[in-house]
Design a protein around this ligand. Structure first.
Ligand code: BGC
Length: 694
């Protein structure tokens, strides 16, 4: 390869920003594009977002184009079902191929450290094991199509406020045991072709020019052989190349063309060695060839079986809905209620989705109301409207919708209905964190008022984040449906009717109030506008002065923080009810080199259902942590034996000095639990000391 050919592979534009006349002919417009090299048969990289479906900024990028919209990442994580998450990734990968893409910017696995995170809905929850195993499955599914996937955003980009400027500063061992562990598991299990580095700084150095992250951790310790692409507008220097960044994405968003114009001069001046260009080129080519982009090229566009793909989205939401409350077994709704009143949430229009680069224009398109406001692509409702789905699920009932703008009329209508179903919605989006944990817009008062008028009030939440529920004890039932994807209306109606037995479990803790979370005040949220100097230094995307983010919880993310402080959340990690009951018995726990646990799960109720028994360990002086789970489908009366074996890193602490994991000999408490705070069977074992090298 000539030097110019190598450099060609190291940078590319956002095609949507390139004037039409200059765009390569026939290429589908997505988030990114890296030209190929025809002379050598190296294909262009045609890149699209992402994890919830083939995204197009909710229809902004390719007007009229649609794709199958999965439920949000939190819903996928709530299934605790790697096979289903794999099927979702496989589906998206196949649609990407059919639309002319060969790279998916999927695999978002930043941990939920703050319930206000604007992208919480895209990610896979707060636990590194759950998130890491699921992201590996998602990436594996995407890449089974010979479509390359990323894993992103590396690393510690756990909030949107100040994402272009803030520095996350906390100790290496804690990072290795939490956020980095999720990436480590995702990379070793999913083998993504590329890693996308994040916007923020880590230890004062931008993630995309952070030698520690990109070279020491990723390549030296984890043996990653693919390439690192930047997030869009996340490159700040040509020196990023020598620190370990290989490719500048969306280059027009950066303050300079670092990996083209700037790089050429730096090479000439001898400021950057050609060896760095060679390393980057090799990583990119390794990923292109090993993922089969050359042997299985994407040629033109092909037809998509939207019915089959829609079934995957439906299955994901059926398993991702979490039943949080079911007083007196009001659900499933008995017989057929004469009248059902559906209240609010634009339930006549569709279901809500999150905003930003991941937003998919679902089959049928996104529908917007004239009054809707929101950031970036804004609010959008799509898929089967809950009203229509309820009418299908309850053909003998009279079902009406009221939009709740007239509160007295809504209360009067609720008082007359047999059942009131209220949708509580909360929009969230990339680029901005939510301000608080309430539903907003008077919805909490609305729910309380409807519940006051009708004791059979069921709340369906369409949220991208945990929310507080001041009305919790007044309503009969609560379903967390997340952003439910294009078939979410149908899945919700099926859960209400009992056609589907809910089996989702929370992948994230729902706090009782702000006082419980590690950073009660969101870092950076009280900052004024950026100084002139910050803008000059960091570009126009910067929205605040520089600031630091600290995580007092360290590696005790989510439920572990609550456990360490004996705080009782609103709903714990792992929680989820069912229409049947499960019993656990016969625990056998073994120690030694690792922890190995066997027990029996029995469906003791009258309905078929799936359970997610979880195994936690507590090391002396530490907070408990998840070491495994088993999602198990059981007919009434059926029993299955489940075995869980701990990954030894979950029993260890990371030693910076030894550059590896150390397991200390000693006792370990083992629990088989229904949720992080609800152990059913317990045992104690002894583990042996060990030193694990990366
Ligand atoms: C997001 C990435 C996304 C990229 C391309 C960025 O703003 O952070 O997740 O892949 O845009 O759309």
């Amino acid at each position: 390869m000539t030097a110019d050919e190598k450099v060609t592979l190291l940078h590319g534009p956002m095609l949507g920003m390139v004037p039409q006349a200059k765009r390569p002919p026939g290429v589908t417009i997505g988030a990114g594009y890296i030209p190929g090299i025809a002379r050598l048969g190296i294909p262009a990289l045609v890149e699209s977002d992402a994890s919830l479906g083939v995204a197009n900024l909710g229809g902004v990028l390719r007007k009229g184009d649609v794709a199958t919209a999965l439920p949000s990442g939190l819903a996928l994580a709530a299934t605790w079902n790697p096979d289903l998450v794999y099927a979702g990734g496989k589906m998206i990968g196949s649609e990407a191929r059919a639309k002319g893409f060969n790279v998916l910017l999927a695999g978002g696995v930043n941990l939920v450290r703050d319930p206000r995170g604007g992208r919480t809905f895209e990610y896979l929850g707060e636990d590194p094991l759950l998130a890491g195993r699921l992201v590996a499955a998602q990436i594996g599914g995407v890449q089974s199509n010979h479509i390359m996937s990323t894993i992103k955003h590396f690393a510690l980009n756990d909030q949107e406020t100040g994402r272009n400027i803030a520095s996350v500063n906390f100790d290496e061992a804690s990072a290795r045991e939490s956020d980095l562990l999720a990436f480590e598991l995702g990379i070793e299990g999913g083998h993504p072709g590329a890693v996308m580095c994040s916007y923020n700084r880590v230890g004062d150095t931008y993630a995309c020019e952070n030698r520690f992250l990109l070279t020491d951790v990723l390549r030296r310790d984890w043996g990653f052989s693919g390439f690192v692409m930047s997030d869009w507008g996340a490159v700040h220097s040509v020196g990023a190349l020598t620190a370990g960044l290989d490719q500048e994405s969306g280059e027009a968003l950066d303050t300079k063309r670092f990996f083209s114009t700037e790089l050429s001069s730096a090479l000439l001046a001898g400021e950057v060695p050609m060896a760095a260009v060679d390393r980057a080129t090799l990583g990119i080519l390794t990923a292109i060839y090993s993922q089969g982009l050359v042997d299985h090229p994407v040629i033109g566009k092909s037809a998509i079986d939207y019915a089959a793909d829609g079934a995957v989205a439906l299955r994901a939401e059926q398993q991702g809905i979490v039943l949080l409350r079911n007083q007196d077994g009001i659900l499933p709704l008995k017989a057929h209620p004469r009248t059902i009143l559906l209240v609010g949430g634009h339930g006549d229009l569709g279901v809500l989705s999150g905003g930003g680069s991941s937003q998919v224009s679902p089959v049928g398109g996104l529908r917007r109301r004239a009054t809707a406001t929101g950031s970036f692509t804004g609010y959008g409702y799509g898929g089967t409207p809950p009203l229509e789905a309820l009418r299908t699920a309850f053909p003998d009932s009279v079902i009406t919708y009221i939009d709740s703008t007239d509160l007295p009329a809504t209360i009067a209508a609720a008082a007359k209905a047999d059942i009131a179903v209220v949708i509580g919605e909360k929009f969230s989006s990339e680029g901005v964190d939510v301000r608080d944990l309430s539903l907003g817009g008077g919805q909490d008062d609305l729910i309380a008022a409807v519940a006051g008028a009708n004791p059979n009030t069921v709340v369906v939440l369409e949220t991208g984040n945990p929310v507080v529920m001041p009305w919790r004890d007044k309503v009969a039932a609560i379903l967390e449906a997340w952003y439910p994807g294009q078939s979410g209306g149908t899945a919700v109606a099926q859960v209400l009717s009992g056609a589907v037995n809910p089996s989702g479990h929370l992948p994230v803790t729902f706090p009782a109030d702000f006082g419980q979370i590690p950073n009660p005040v969101l870092p950076g949220s009280t900052m004024g506008p950026p100084s002139k100097q910050d803008k000059a230094l960091y570009g126009s995307a910067v929205t605040s002065p520089t600031f630091d983010i600290g995580y007092p919880e360290g590696s005790d993310v989510g439920y572990r923080w609550y456990d360490a402080r004996h705080a009782v959340p609103l709903y714990p990690f792992g929680f989820g009810l069912s229409y049947t009951h499960f019993a656990y018995a016969g625990l056998q726990a073994h120690g030694g080199a690792t922890v190995r646990v066997t027990f029996r799960v029995t469906n003791t109720g009258t309905a078929a259902g799936a359970d997610v028994p979880q195994v936690y360990v507590t090391l002396p002086g530490k907070a408990r942590r998840l070491i495994g789970w088993s999602r198990t489908d059981l007919a009434p009366g059926q029993t299955r034996t489940v075995t869980v074996v701990a990954d030894r890193r979950l029993l260890a602490r990371y030693s910076v000095q030894n550059r590896g994991w150390l397991v200390a000999a000693g006792p370990v408490k083992v629990e088989v639990s229904r949720a992080a705070t609800d152990p059913v069977l317990t045992a104690s074992v002894r583990i042996a000391a060990a030193q694990l090298q990366p």
